[in-house]
Ligand binder design. Structure first.
Ligand code: PFF
Length: 449
């Protein structure tokens, strides 16, 4: 275990770092959120707005997080204060708060996923998937599976960067990709699936300038790319080599998009083939968990294998993301309070497990927590990260980026995106979101609403 006196943890290989960053990005967000956001948001129109935001805001900010992490060689919670000065300390606390807040409910959804995967293996998912979801998603069972998932997450993080995080990603990510591609190929064979592709990819251009699409795409991109809370910054702080961090950011962002897009190619044909559109159209947190197994159920024996594959894949994706959320908090405790890694993982994991209990008993609470932390606060974190890098640390950040990216023109483009484009987009989106976020806060405080 890494104590305060041993050398700092590091990745074993460069590929290990990239795989872990992709593992963090690819998660429940890609499969559970992307598909229904796209179906709400005019299909291909949403995809286009999403891609524009990823290119103009997501990739530049991810590059910035990588830069700060590698430059600082310590946990983001401390790094932003040391590099930026005492006034920046709250940004570090915000990162830790987001790690705690997101994992608290993320683990609940991952718990549902685990329950579905286990029941799928046992062939025990009932045909009435609506009632089944109602049982699984709130109450004592939901709390228990959430706790078990947290124990898994703690176990991986306690194992250290190389022995825990890197190894877990090395095993789970290739399997996840393999299952996803197999499912997408299988989906082509579904009767009447074509309507699903058409629906998913129809370019409803009237929605291109819709402000709800802009906010949904921006929120989705931050969550999906694991931006705004120092997760990828933490991962980059375990890097020492001089790779091109902008290129790594492009790799991570494109892989993340590829997975999100491909899961749409699984989800929509299933939904269309079995006439389940109205269930997804409601776009509640449960859409994926109700409609998809209902479709699988109609497939007879083939469905027994397909649902197992789907939920096991989702579980792997969730776990490789959850460990990055916990790692933000653990790194802060290890670097800031000199706790031993294992103790920090257990302590932080326990706190998060308790914080997640209200979400395990109430999906409305879960949705509100997602709106506040998983959407609004991530973008606040991203906005201040852009300010820190673009206005306070630019010379040092530029020099760090230059180690792997000698082309000064490209670095100027990056700097302009971080200084001007990202803040403007984020301020506009945050302004649009203040109303709904306030409603979410009221809902959280009053619990049941
Ligand atoms: N990117 C993950 C997903 O799409 O499921 C969720 C996530 C992980 C968000 C890590 C933020 C983060 F720091």
């Amino acid at each position: 275990m890494t104590g305060s006196t041993s050398p700092r943890d590091a990745w074993g290989t460069r590929a290990g770092f990239i795989l872990a960053a992709v593992g963090s990005a690819v998660g429940l967000g890609n499969m559970w959120r992307f598909a229904y956001k796209a179906s709400e948001g005019g299909g291909a129109a949403f995809v286009l707005v999403y891609l524009a935001i990823v290119a103009l805001v997501g990739i530049p900010l991810m590059t910035s997080e990588f830069i700060i992490g590698r430059l600082a060689q310590e946990s983001p919670a401390r790094a932003v204060r040391r590099l930026g000065g005492p006034a920046w300390a709250p940004l570090g606390w915000l990162f830790v708060l987001c790690g705690l807040g997101i994992l608290a409910y993320y683990s609940v959804i991952a718990g549902w996923t685990m329950r579905y995967a286990i029941d799928a293996i046992r062939n025990a998912i009932p045909s009435d998937t609506g009632a089944y979801f109602g049982e699984v998603s709130q109450g004592v069972d939901a709390a228990l599976y959430h706790l078990v998932f947290m124990i898994l997450t703690i176990t991986v993080v306690a194992g250290g960067v190389k022995g825990g995080l890197e190894r877990a990603n090395l095993i789970m990510m290739p399997l996840m990709f393999l299952i996803l591609i197999s499912l997408a190929i299988w989906a082509v064979t579904l009767p009447n699936g074509a309507g699903g592709y058409a629906y998913y990819l129809r370019p409803d251009v009237s929605k291109l300038l819709d402000r709800d699409i802009l906010t949904a795409a921006a929120g989705q991109s931050f969550f999906s790319l694991s931006l705004g809370m120092g997760a990828l910054m933490t991962y980059a702080s375990y890097l020492q080599s001089k790779e091109n961090l902008a290129r790594e950011a492009v790799t991570v962002a494109l892989s993340d998009f590829g997975v999100a897009f491909t899961s749409g190619l699984v989800v929509f044909p299933v939904i269309f083939s079995f006439g389940l559109l109205d269930q997804v159209g409601e776009s509640t947190v449960g859409a994926l968990f109700i409609a998809l197994p209902a479709g699988f159920d109609q497939l007879g024996r083939a469905g027994d294998y397909v649902d197992t594959a789907f939920f096991v894949m989702l579980l792997f994706a969730a776990l490789t993301s959850a460990i990055s959320l916990l790692e933000v908090v653990v790194a802060a405790l290890v670097d800031g309070l000199h706790m031993r890694r294992r103790d920090a993982a257990i302590f932080a994991g326990f706190v998060i497990a308790v914080l997640g209990l209200p979400a395990a008993f109430n999906t409305t609470f879960l949705g509100n927590l997602d709106a506040l932390v998983g959407q609004f606060l991530l973008m606040v974190g991203g906005l201040f990260t852009a300010f820190l890098v673009g206005y306070r640390l630019l010379p040092a950040a530029d020099a760090e980026l230059a180690k792997g990216m000698p082309n000064a023109g490209m670095r100027r483009v990056w700097a302009s995106l971080v200084r001007y484009v990202a803040p403007v987009v984020l301020i506009i989106v945050l302004a649009f979101l203040t109303g709904p976020t306030w409603d979410a806060v009221v809902g959280l405080v009053t619990y049941a609403r």
